[in-house]
Write a protein that binds this ligand. Structure first.
Ligand SMILES: NC(=O)C1=CN([C@@H]2O[C@H](COP(=O)(O)OP(=O)(O)OC[C@H]3O[C@@H](n4cnc5c(N)ncnc54)[C@H](OP(=O)(O)O)[C@@H]3O)[C@@H](O)[C@H]2O)C=CC1
Ligand SMILES: O=C(CO)COP(=O)(O)O
Length: 347
């Protein structure tokens, strides 16, 4: 059994802390708000993020980062992408020993196009961690925290580290696969949030299941196109961290991104939507990142571009759908063959 600090006491951090606690680990849940730590320790609940869930008493919340990470063997970062660098900077001030870093964050930094593990590598000195592992897949906190069957993937450049994380989290309700395609796993988890915003918009406009299936399928083609250009294995995108997460986020009532898209389609402005959601909506910043990254790499991403225009250029969502439906006709499978051919020629 290991001593593990979970940094980020939002919905996903709390749910993952509960999985680790179920597996017998000594779990410390860190929040940057003292009153929040006190509330969790006194009431064993986290009502702002996980309504009606009782947090086991063994899980202790911490406000002081140096106390939360004392003697831990692993640190799990479960924070919005926007604060990953800041928290890593705080961490490097207080961390005095080597740990395994695991993260469950799904986003890309708009200013640099960096993935989360790249940001961690830039902010944490190499001597402070052995490996970085990404935990990703179709997994809403609301369901994990009440023990509904869930599957995810633990991916790391080091297979040994991925299997280590797999062993830490795996139990009969939480099945963990392992993998080594860090780029594919991180990009799949981040980019699906954009398509989920689109699915929420589509549903909010009153379009049906056909439209949503089209968005998810053609959205997956865009994710794979950009992901493969960035060095991912295209097959990763048909796995849990690609199609699996795309399905859950585009169809679930729990999805923050779907709900935000739905509100946008109801006529709320982006600022109003973000103010209404009390949890992070990663797809908004990641849409900005993917739109500009796609342009830079000359990758065709019409759905992402449409969602970007609805978010940041006040475009009319119905007109964007009309534009998508009237694009030049094309063959569906040719580009997928080309993508696979190119990848396997290079690898
Ligand atoms: N929710 C889910 O089901 C899943 C989420 N994810 C991913 O996990 C990541 C976190 O998401 P989620 O848990 O939903 O987010 P939430 O919005 O539920 O929680 C975010 C947490 O981060 C904290 N936080 C914000 N800023 C800081 C900071 N500067 N220092 C320390 N803590 C900070 C928040 O604190 P405060 O209370 O002060 O705002 C809050 O506790 C995202 O990338 C998301 O995509 C992945 C899989 C499932
Ligand atoms: O990544 C998630 C589920 O796997 C969570 O998605 P949302 O942030 O849209 O809720």
């Amino acid at each position: 059994m290991e001593k593990i600090a979970v940094l980020g006491a939002g919905s996903w951090g709390t749910a993952l802390a509960m999985v680790l606690n179920d597996n017998g680990h000594d779990v410390r849940l860190w929040t940057h708000i003292e009153a929040h730590a006190n509330e969790i320790n006194q009431t064993h609940r986290n009502p702002m993020y996980l309504k009606d869930v009782v947090i086991p008493e063994e899980i202790k919340a911490y406000f002081k980062l140096e106390e939360a990470i004392e003697d831990v063997s692993a640190i799990l970062l479960v924070l919005p992408t926007e604060v990953i660098r800041l928290v890593c900077q705080q961490l490097r001030e207080v961390l005095k020993h080597k740990v395994t870093i695991i993260h469950g964050t799904k986003g890309i930094e708009p200013e640099t196009f960096k993935r989360v593990s790249e940001m961690i590598e830039e902010e944490l000195p190499r001597e402070l961690y052995d490996e970085i592992v990404i935990l990703s897949g179709p997994s809403h906190a609301e369901e994990v925290s009440i023990g509904h069957p869930t599957t995810v993937t633990a991916a790391s450049k080091s297979e040994k580290a991925a299997i280590h994380a797999q062993n830490l989290f795996m139990n009969e309700r939480f099945r963990v696969y392992s993998g080594t395609d860090v780029i594919g796993v991180e990009l799949g988890g981040a980019l699906k949030n954009i398509i989920a915003l689109g699915a929420g918009i589509s549903d909010g406009l009153g379009y049906g299941d056909n439209a949503k299936a089209a968005l998810v399928t053609r959205g997956l083609a865009e994710i794979a196109r950009l992901g493969t250009a960035m060095g991912a294995d295209p097959l990763t995108f048909i796995g849990l961290t690609g199609v699996g997460d795309l399905i859950v986020t585009s169809t679930s009532k729990h999805s923050r991104n779907w709900n935000a898209g739905n509100l946008l389609a109801q006529g709320y402005s982006l600022d109003e939507v973000l103010a209404k959601m009390n949890m992070v909506v990663e797809g908004v910043r990641t849409a900005k990142a993917a739109y500009h990254l796609g342009k830079e790499k000359n990758i065709e991403m019409p759905i992402t571009a449409g969602i970007y225009k609805v978010l940041f250029e006040n475009a009319n969502a119905r007109e964007i759908v009309d534009e998508l439906m009237t694009r030049t006709k094309r063959n569906e499978i040719d580009e997928i063959h080309n993508m696979l051919k190119q990848y396997y020629q290079q690898n």
